[in-house]
Write a protein that binds this ligand. Structure first.
Ligand code: HMG
Ligand code: MG
Length: 299
């Protein structure tokens, strides 16, 4: 049956802001994190520590971390691409990190300047160094459902990358639909294949982008298989600048509307999330793509 409670892993401050073309001031990023915690988020990816030349939007990662008080029992996770990023994150006061690999060669090259297996080796190195320091790690397998250059993705390659992260010590492995092409049948097959490879369902998450509007159907397919952790971005912001055709993440409000409708607990305050989206949209002068945020604002 479906889980009674789901973890909504909020990636808005990281994935949501990493490719926006307007410069978001550091105090606004920090206020976004504060508002998300106040809306009940306990699982927040706050930024990434990658070379500023790769993601100029998040060059102020250390300043954002310094400006945010993390509530008791809440997580503040930072994405790190290598040992240098891990060190920068630890120096900034971060106590949990995420790492990213690719199920395809093309995206390993475009996003990580590496081969598929080289990127896995580098992620494993970070996982081992972090866990030796008592720092938990979350692992992403990107392009797990389709690749803009290669098309269909080998589900065995996804399961193998996920297994490598899991066996190295990742607490959670998030399968990423980086360009939002998955449909519910494919989602079910990839999830089942990954579970069959030996990853417990409690260690599996889905990270969906909503490019083709399929995310909620995909969440539903995964819920039926017992998956109980989903990534989302407030307002539906987010994309990857190194993935052709990627648009926003599944909007947190859209996900929470569906989960609460199914009677599944999230601990999140939908009104406070929608108000956060409205607040950020006003500051930026750009409307957010979330259907639910838009509907609630008009209601
Ligand atoms: P590279 O250029 O091969 O790196 O990039 P390098 O090791 O050759 O270093 C180049 C320079 O960067 C050197 O400086 C390093 O010191 C410096 P120089 O000697 O020239 O002065 N450097 C750093 N500086 C600050 N912080 C660091 C760091 N590392 C090296 N951490 C690298 C290789 C992996 C670093 C690069 O490809 C990279 O950062 N990739 C990540 C890009 C990114 O952030 N993409 C978006 C996040 S992933 C995503 O969105 C997908 C996801 O959401 C899941 C999904 O949607 O499926 C997670
Ligand atoms: Mg993403």
């Amino acid at each position: 049956g479906m889980p009674a409670r789901v973890t909504v892993f909020e990636v808005g401050p990281r994935d949501g802001l990493q490719a926006e073309t307007d410069i978001i001031p550091t105090p606004v990023k920090a206020e976004l994190c504060r508002r998300l915690y106040a809306a009940g988020s306990r699982d927040l990816e706050v930024t990434s520590f990658v070379p500023p030349a790769w993601i100029p939007q998040l060059a102020d990662a250390a300043e954002v971390v310094a400006a945010v008080d993390v509530p008791d029992a809440a997580r503040a996770v930072a994405l790190v691409p290598n040992l240098k990023g891990l060190q920068r994150a630890l120096d900034a006061g971060i106590r949990e990190v995420s790492v990213v690999v690719s199920a395809t060669e093309s995206f390993a090259k475009a996003n990580l300047n590496n081969t598929r297996s080289g990127a896995i080796d580098r992620a494993v190195e970070v996982i081992q160094a972090a866990t030796a320091d008592g720092i938990p790690v979350r692992g992403y397998v990107s392009m797990a459902f389709g690749d803009p250059w290669e098309g269909e993705v080998d589900t065995q390659a996804v399961a193998q990358a996920a297994t490598a992260l899991h066996e190295a010590g990742s607490r959670t492995v998030a399968l990423g639909d980086t360009i939002g092409v998955a449909t519910p049948g494919l989602t079910g097959r990839v999830v089942q294949e990954t579970l069959a490879a030996g990853i417990p369902v409690s260690a599996l998450a889905l990270h969906l982008h909503d490019t083709y509007g399929q995310s909620l159907g995909n969440v539903h397919a995964a819920l039926r298989l017992g998956v109980a952790e989903f990534d989302a971005s407030v307002g539906g912001l987010g994309r990857c600048p190194y993935a052709k055709g990627a648009t926003g993440n599944l909007a947190t409000e859209d996900l929470v509307w569906m989960l609460h409708g199914l009677g599944i607990e999230t601990g999140l305050d939908l009104g406070a999330l929608a108000a956060t989206t409205l607040w950020l949209s006003r500051i930026r002068g750009i409307p957010a793509p979330s259907n639910v945020a838009r509907a609630l604002a008009a209601a």
